[in-house]
Design a protein around this ligand. Structure first.
Ligand SMILES: Nc1ncnc2c1ncn2[C@@H]1O[C@H](COP(=O)(O)OP(=O)(O)O)[C@@H](O)[C@H]1O
Ligand SMILES: [Mg+2]
Length: 145
């Protein structure tokens, strides 16, 4: 199947549109004949990362690319960055704002979930911003039979 590549902009605190990258990617993965389980796995990872950019950063971008072997997703945002990546990856750790918590976010499970659903995850951060790359392997079993 042809390769897919799409870039999205994500705005700070735009909770109303949070989930757009996840749902458009879900649609594309379904269209490509990938299984419900595979689609769910990828969608969970993207959704959590998308929410993080909305609630924790000053805004950013996401690039999703899909070929026959991999789904690659890269989120890049502008500050304030993650002070300690080890803490951020600990289940339950959260610095979510009152606003985020009021909207149902801030359980501190986003990054641990991203790590567990993805086949590869790379997280780098500084005061200028955060980059999160996740990769999902597509195999024969990933397709609906
Ligand atoms: N894009 C980001 N920019 C800045 N900080 C982030 C970002 N993503 C995650 N974090 C930090 O890592 C913590 C843990 O993230 P996560 O596991 O998704 O939990 P939650 O979003 O529920 O707080 C966040 O509370 C925040 O401190
Ligand atoms: Mg989160």
């Amino acid at each position: 199947m042809e390769n897919y590549c799409k870039e999205f902009k994500i705005q700070k605190n735009d909770i109303g549109n949070a989930g757009t990258v996840a749902s458009l990617t879900k649609r594309e993965l379904k269209r490509r004949g990938l299984t419900k389980d595979f689609v769910k796995t990828v969608t969970i990872g993207i959704y959590e990362a998308e929410i993080n950019v909305v609630i924790h950063s000053y805004g950013g971008t996401c690039v999703v690319s899909i070929d026959d072997e991999f789904v690659n997703v890269t989120f890049k945002d502008n500050g304030p960055g993650i002070e300690c990546i080890d803490s951020a990856l600990t289940p339950g750790f959260s610095t979510a704002s009152h606003y985020a918590i009021e909207n149902g976010f801030g359980a501190g499970m986003g990054l641990p979930n991203i790590k567990s659903v993805s086949d590869e995850m790379e997280l780098t951060s500084s005061k200028e911003g955060t980059t999160l790359h996740m990769k999902f392997n597509i195999s024969g079993d990933s397709y609906e039979s």
